[in-house]
Design a binder for this molecule. Structure first.
Ligand SMILES: Cc1cc2nc3c(=O)[nH]c(=O)nc-3n(C[C@H](O)[C@H](O)[C@H](O)COP(=O)(O)OP(=O)(O)OC[C@H]3O[C@@H](n4cnc5c(N)ncnc54)[C@H](O)[C@@H]3O)c2cc1C
Ligand code: SF4
Length: 275
């Protein structure tokens, strides 16, 4: 495999920024490429009011007092200090599922097999304690990004080399016809994230350990005047914007506890920001 340094945002090959996700996936054989392209020199990483270069690291964001609380806290509670020093904002949004069947290479619906894709979701009938409680009928994976939930609560927008889009539109639920979980096209690079100021915001996270763990449930809430957006991590195959209440959740036999956790955190988050 060849490693190249990008000299512009147009290139052939698989982009890598911090490599904290790409490298383990390549090692595990879950990702394959002939050419890895280091994009650190061409993706902005500066931070200005309401605008963040997509190459900013999570460590930069957690320390910047100009960043809304919901995003700072989501970054601070993600991964470990070493990973946050290397991991970029865009890389975090594009991380793959942590579904253990997928990570172990089981030939499930999200994995390519000899003549297409697998036709089973092993988690639904198997071990799914940490899996999705919404939109889990086709693939029950739980989106692992704390940062994506924070950006969804902020109603942030992305600018890529091809378009501008709300962060919600970066993601899609996989279906029989199209197994992708993002709408990013090959060669499209995320350049920056923008968002409007909010009055108050908060991020709360339930996790297996107090540090260095993915969200079992993450709750991001941002209030502008009388309007509040609440978004959840770890509850659906995509970052989940909560509309209505948690009664519409469809938990699996061994993860109904997540509904109670989410309900408690949403209540606490709303109270914290006066919503
Ligand atoms: C042990 C561990 C624990 C973690 N815990 C958490 C956690 O609790 N919460 C959480 O939210 N995250 C967690 N993470 C995820 C971590 O934050 C991400 O791995 C990291 O942010 C990815 O950034 P990166 O720059 O290293 O991405 P890379 O590995 O460089 O890239 C990841 C993906 O994004 C693509 N990519 C990167 N930049 C761009 C761009 N600008 N445009 C288009 N495509 C791009 C790459 O091609 C690749 O597909 C954890 C990771 C690990 C390994
Ligand atoms: S939850 Fe999704 S990623 Fe996990 S086994 Fe099922 S189809 Fe595969």
């Amino acid at each position: 495999m060849e490693l190249r340094r990008a000299s512009s945002t147009t290139f052939d090959g698989l982009p890598v920024h911090g490599g904290t996700e790409v490298v383990p996936l390549l090692r595990a054989g879950l990702l394959r490429t002939d050419t890895l392209v280091d994009i650190r020199g061409v993706v902005p990483r500066d931070i200005a009011p309401g605008r963040i270069g997509a190459g900013a690291t999570l460590a930069q964001l957690e320390c910047d007092p100009g960043i809304p609380e919901v995003l700072r806290e989501a970054c601070r509670l993600a991964a470990s200090p070493q990973l946050r020093n290397m991991g970029s904002l865009a890389g975090n949004l594009l991380q793959s599922t942590r579904c253990w069947y997928w990570r172990l290479g089981w030939p499930c619906r999200l994995h390519r097999v000899a003549n297409g894709y697998g036709d089973e979701c092993f988690a639904r009938d198997g071990e799914h304690r940490e899996h999705a409680i919404f939109a889990n009928d086709y693939c029950a994976s739980a989106h692992p990004s704390d940062v994506a939930a924070a950006l969804l609560a902020l109603d942030a927008r992305l600018r890529t080399t091809a378009r501008e889009l709300p962060v919600a539109e970066l993601y899609r639920l996989p279906t029989e016809a199209d197994r992708r979980t993002t709408t990013l096209e090959p060669g499209e690079v995320i350049l920056e994230v923008t968002f409007d100021e909010c009055d108050q915001s908060v991020y709360l996270k339930a996790m297996e350990r107090k540090r260095w763990a993915f969200p079992l449930v993450g709750v991001a809430a941002a209030r502008r005047g009388a309007k509040t957006r609440v978004a959840l991590a770890g509850v659906a195959p995509v970052p989940w914007l909560l509309s209505g209440e948690l009664d519409s959740a469809t938990p699996l036999p061994r993860n109904a506890y997540k509904v109670d956790v989410a309900r408690a955190l949403v209540k606490r988050a709303r109270a914290t920001i006066g919503a």
